[in-house]
Design a protein around this ligand. Structure first.
Ligand SMILES: Nc1nc2c(ncn2[C@@H]2O[C@H](COP(=O)(O)OP(=O)(O)OP(=O)(O)O)[C@@H](O)[C@H]2O)c(=O)[nH]1
Ligand SMILES: [Zn+2]
Length: 226
């Protein structure tokens, strides 16, 4: 049986067995039973517990507020995109000027968090679409990238979520996104490979055709340094 969440703006359909579609962030049904302040209180206690277990003296004035800082950062900042109320309102307009070519928003700065290690993912996203009558404000593409990045993520899911959202807003399948990002869990720990970065891509509609995809990739030329 399918159920619709009652939370305002939460339009991802949830399924009783699986909670959500494969590309949706795995959230529990009670994810928003607590408000932000209640979550900050609880997380603060957990962070205090972790640091205390590690042996840190939390009476030190540099550390005293760390549990609260981390809790606020999780709820309001780096995981703020879990809350559908923070989803950007994507003002769309009629394509009055009949611009029918590809529009590319490239080099969008991306900060996310790896859900396996809770370490940063830092990179760039390139987004493109071909209008079928609707256009979206340029900054909305940056905002959509930022919203879905502010969750515990894997890069593949992040890439798909960005494309699905823009397809919805623009009312077209013809949307693509390429992400090139460094995962600090690979760069700064574990294998500690500082050079490597991860490239993912999601192509919808016309972008599945080779010529359209090539035009997009020529515009973004994956030779950027960040
Ligand atoms: N597919 C995918 N894997 C990721 C992403 N971010 C991190 N990973 C990988 O997730 C894997 C987690 O593997 P585990 O073996 O459970 O973790 P680990 O023991 O810390 O692994 P090492 O990093 O190899 O030390 C690692 O290989 C990470 O590189 C991502 O966005 N997508
Ligand atoms: Zn990781």
């Amino acid at each position: 049986m399918k159920i619709e969440s009652t939370i305002e703006g939460f339009d991802e359909e949830m399924d009783n067995d699986h909670l959500s579609a494969a590309e949706d962030t795995p959230l529990r049904e009670d994810a928003f039973d607590l408000n932000d302040d209640q979550k900050i209180e609880k997380i603060q206690a957990s962070v205090r517990d972790i640091l205390t277990t590690l042996g840190m003296d939390l009476t030190d004035d540099s550390l005293n507020d760390t549990p609260k800082r981390v809790a606020k950062m999780f709820v309001k900042d780096i995981f703020g995109g879990l809350n559908p109320e923070r989803k950007p309102k994507s003002s769309s307009f009629d394509n009055k000027y009949k611009y029918g070519e590809m529009l590319v928003e490239k080099n969008i700065t991306l900060y996310s968090t790896c859900e396996h290690h809770l370490l940063p993912i830092v990179g760039i996203a390139h987004v493109a679409y071909i209008s079928n009558g609707t256009v979206v404000g340029l900054s909305k593409m940056n905002r959509i990238v930022d919203y879905y990045a502010k969750r515990p993520q894997v890069q593949e899911r992040l890439n798909i979520q960005i494309v699905r959202e823009l397809q919805e807003v623009l009312g077209t399948e013809d949307v693509a996104c390429v992400i090139d990002a460094k995962h600090l869990c690979v760069n700064s720990r574990g294998i500690r490979d500082i050079q490597s970065s991860t490239v993912t891509a999601e192509y919808g509609g016309k972008f599945k055709e080779q010529a359209t995809r090539k035009e997009f990739l020529d515009y973004i030329k994956l030779d950027t340094n960040f």
